[in-house]
Structures are given as C-alpha cells and as structure tokens.
Design a binder for this molecule. Structure first.
Ligand code: ADP
Length: 158
C-alpha cells in the first residue's frame, strides 16, 4: 500500500518554501497530495483555479505529486483518500508553537499523525502574506515563487 502524505495549506501563493517542503517529503512518502483548503471565512488574493493550475504546472513531471481542493477538516479529507499523515513545514519557533497545537488536536480527533520538515535556511523568510503584499504593491514575486507569471492569467485575473 502506498504511503500518502497530505500537505494542506492556503498556498496563496505557493512559494519556493512550500516547494522545498514537498521535495523533502517525497523522500519519505510514495505520494504527496497538495491540498488547497477552502475556508469560506477567508478571502484569497489568487483565484483557486489559478493557484491549483500553478501548483500542478510546477509538478507536471512528477506523477507522485497531485493537487486537490478540499473544504472542512483536514483530517476528514485525509480519511477520505486513505492518508494517515499530514505534512507541514516549519520555519521557526513561532511556526512550531502553532503547528504543535494543531497536530496534537488532529491526532486526538483522528489518530492522523503530522510530520514536519524544516525549510532550508534561504527560504526561512519566505511568507505568503508578505509575497502578496509585494505583488499588490507592484513588485515582482519571481524571487519567492517559481513560475510566478502562471498565477496571473491572460485577462490579468489573479
Ligand atoms: P496555512 O494557511 O495553513 O497557514 P500556508 O499556505 O501559509 O497555509 O502554509 C502551509 C504550510 O507551509 C504550513 O505548514 C507552513 O508552516 C508552511 N510554510 C509556509 N511558508 C514556508 C516556508 N517558507 N518554508 C517552509 N514551510 C513553509
């Protein structure tokens, strides 16, 4: 049976930091499902379809990586596809504090274990919120997002 790791997030946008975590996780898992969570109380800068297409294009040559969209609890999504592990990335102790609570509560309610990977030092500062601010202010995202141009479609729609 293949070992599936679910990497959930908003990925608004999917940065080089996220990409690094997927690459590291592939050493441990047979399949990584990048799961874009749709939270109705959140607003996103980039369209769901654009985020999904952008991530799919980054891993188009890697059939062991797929992209899915889900609503509701991450653990329910994991159960629906038979995944027993959640993959998350850590940049610093602030991430750790936040992730620890979520991981422990997820385990309590479902028995699903979380696995953490440290990002490489050069991507520690990359943060989707700041990348969005740079883009909104007319700056380029290229340093932080691979193929950033794919996030904006021909109509200029984000
Ligand atoms: P969320 O909305 O769940 O916080 P994000 O899209 O911001 O989702 O992040 C998803 C995961 O990627 C989280 O585990 C987060 O800690 C991790 N992450 C975000 N940026 C980086 C980075 N630069 N390096 C490594 N991990 C990161």
């Amino acid at each position: 049976m293949s070992k599936i790791g679910v990497f959930p997030g908003s990925f608004d946008p999917f940065t080089k930091g996220h990409e690094c975590i997927v690459k590291k996780a592939l050493d441990l898992f047979d399949e990584i499902v990048i799961a874009i969570g749709q939270n109705t109380s959140k607003t996103y800068l980039f369209d769901l379809e654009n985020r999904k297409k952008h991530i799919e294009s980054l891993f188009q040559d890697q059939p062991e990586v797929r992209v899915a969209v889900f609503k509701g609890l991450t653990v329910s999504f994991c159960q629906s596809i038979g995944a027993k592990y959640i993959v998350r990335g850590l940049r610093d102790s602030k991430d750790f504090g936040y992730e620890r609570s979520i991981a422990q509560m997820n385990y309590e309610i479902s028995g699903i274990e979380s696995v953490f990977f440290m990002t490489v030092p050069e991507y520690t500062a990359i943060n989707s919120t700041i990348v969005r601010e740079i883009h909104k202010s007319g700056g380029s995202m290229e340093l932080f997002v691979t193929n950033a141009d794919e996030l904006v479609n021909e109509n200029g729609k984000q």
